[in-house]
Design a protein around this ligand. Sequence first.
Ligand SMILES: *Cc1c(COP(=O)(O)O)cnc(C)c1O
Length: 397
Amino acid sequence: MEKQNLMDRAKQHLLHTYNRYPIVLERGEGVYLYDVEGNKYLDFAAGIAVQSLGYGNRELNEAVKKQVDTLTHTSNLFYNEPIARAAERAVKAAGMERVFFTNSGTEAIEGAIKAAKKYAYTRDGHSGHEIIAMEQSFHGRSLGALSVTGNVRYQEPFGPLLPGVRFARFNDLDSVKEQINEKTCAILLETVQGEGGIYPAKTEFLEGIRRLCDAHDILLILDEIQCGMGRTGAMFAWQHYGVKPDIMACAKAIGCGVPVGAFFLTEQVAQKSLAPGDHGTTYGGNPLVGAAVDKVFEIFEREDIPGHAQRMGEYLEQKLEELVREFACIKVRRGMGLMQGLVLEVPVGQVVKLCQEEGLIVITAGGNVLRMVPPLVIEKEHIDEMAEKLRKALQQM
Ligand SMILES: *Cc1c(COP(=O)(O)O)cnc(C)c1O
């Protein structure tokens, strides 16, 4: 059987760092995925919040294909046109002035941390600064990003990690205040915590952190890797709160399937931060990803994708609240826009599998949460279809 054979070969050669679902995906179309056996799945995961334009967006695909035949890579020792266009659109959408393109979200976090440290170094004339991050956060798996990820299980085997990282409780301003000292150079958090269980920041919390940062010349770094790019109904989630970061990390949907990330800085921070020789990447921001990022932002603006996500998010919330009322095993719904979580009182892994059998792909997040991060181009009919499939799965629990 072809499916089993493919799974066996992958298992035999790939390092076993993921327990994969027994589904071999073959192609995507719109908001649907198809496996090698011809099964069709409504996709409410979007490759973990990446495929925001769905699958097979013709315009994006054409832009990438054209760039493949023109020029894919040059190194950052030269200029190229696609990345100049992409950078212009990206900083405009972010309302920030400078961007550095990376190959992933993790690398965007690494760059953001280095930028904050360099800023404090320039100001104080010495290194040795500290960072405050949040419990239950997720920022990536490299040693730097892991050091600011508030999850002991992920960190434990890999110590010693980066020194000078202190953890505070998300949405608890006093716990952040307690960790501030004269060495603190940055406070890092996700505007909406993703992997940790879909926790949006409270307005008072985010505003309070901004005030603390301003009072102590501490940089606010927001991780918008999952919650950014229109997912919550604004281009970046912080724009709902009116609390602007000094540095922002972005990735996932910024390339809609092409591997790219970015960190953004305000001009004021950029001026005192990373300078020639301080940071680099061979692949980062090459013409291929430049063409993708440029096109993604063009489509997002022209089609007002964040506005659509806002409207569909409201409808999704409504439908999920109906399910919360209907099923005692759903404790609560949390989320913003098209980033939603259902806290379950039954094993979430089992529900995910039953959903797959119904032809629905959903994923999990920390604390027994069923996570939904669908393509932002979904319509009401897809949300209705999801609710029906999820209902059938929950009835079997
Ligand atoms: C996915 C994610 C990352 C890591 O991004 P990668 O592209 O997997 O390196 C960091 N922060 C948040 C909030 C994420 O969701």
